[in-house]
Design a protein around this ligand. Structure first.
Ligand SMILES: [Zn+2]
Ligand SMILES: [Zn+2]
Length: 235
């Protein structure tokens, strides 16, 4: 039995002896099936063949990945260090001893929060390794591919439009790209937001929205009102 991982999107599935027939996330219009066809791997096969680059992207914010050589859609995660525990924003597929040791040097992970299904990756394995919960918006529950007893224990589904994580950080659901797509807003220092695929900065320094919709505009007004400095970390 293996927890198979889709090589195109990096998402891990419930354990089975044979790989699933197809990847539901890649078959969805917002992803794609590789032209070479559906391929599967697992964490054990990846360990040793790939490694994660880790570097600081801002004060108290560390990039975990992208994985080298490039894997899946080149996801990266951000480790946001706070005095109330570190938050991992989004996830990457490769988890190995070197990555675990590096993150432990920075104080480990108290909580994982994910923007949308394209970053679900091996989130349950990460939560198991760091003994923490993963926050997922309820509206995207159908895209979660780990539904075993470990996943049931470690995944926490939240609802509504805002979820406070600690004194300075909250999740804000904007919808749009996926019904439960959310961003992370921190009011620490000058303030910043981590946008997942929901909001992107374009080369002309304007901001674009993935699948523009009314709920995005309403919620964004709340964010703009709260934000004192428009620093953006697009992940
Ligand atoms: Zn996939
Ligand atoms: Zn996406």
């Amino acid at each position: 039995m293996q927890h198979w991982i889709c090589e195109t999107c990096g998402v891990q599935y419930d354990a089975s002896s044979k790989p699933p027939a197809s990847c539901l996330i890649c078959q969805d219009d917002r992803q794609y099936v590789a032209s070479s066809g559906q391929k599967w791997t697992n964490l054990r096969e990846m360990q040793g063949r790939f490694c994660n680059k880790t570097f600081q992207v801002a004060n108290q914010v560390l990039s975990i990945g992208p994985t080298q050589p490039k894997f899946a859609i080149g996801q990266r995660a951000l480790l946001i260090k706070t005095s109330q525990g570190n938050i991992l924003w989004d996830c990457i597929t490769l988890l190995d001893d070197a990555t675990k040791a590096e993150i432990d040097k920075h104080g480990g992970i108290s909580m994982i929060a994910i923007s949308h299904p394209h970053f679900y990756d091996t989130m349950v394995a990460w939560a198991e390794a760091f003994k923490c919960k993963v926050l997922i918006h309820q509206a995207d529950a159908k895209w979660v591919m780990r539904t075993d007893s470990i996943a049931k224990e470690l995944l926490e589904f939240w609802s509504g439009n805002c979820k406070q994580l600690n004194d300075s950080i909250e999740l804000v659901r904007l919808g749009g790209h996926f019904a439960g797509s959310c961003i992370l807003y921190s009011k620490a220092g000058k303030g910043f937001i981590c946008t997942g695929d929901t909001i992107q900065v374009t080369p002309d320094k304007m901001v674009s929205f993935m699948y523009r919709c009314v709920s995005v505009c309403e919620q964004l007004l709340i964010i703009i009102f709260r934000l004192t400095c428009p620093s953006l970390f697009a992940v």
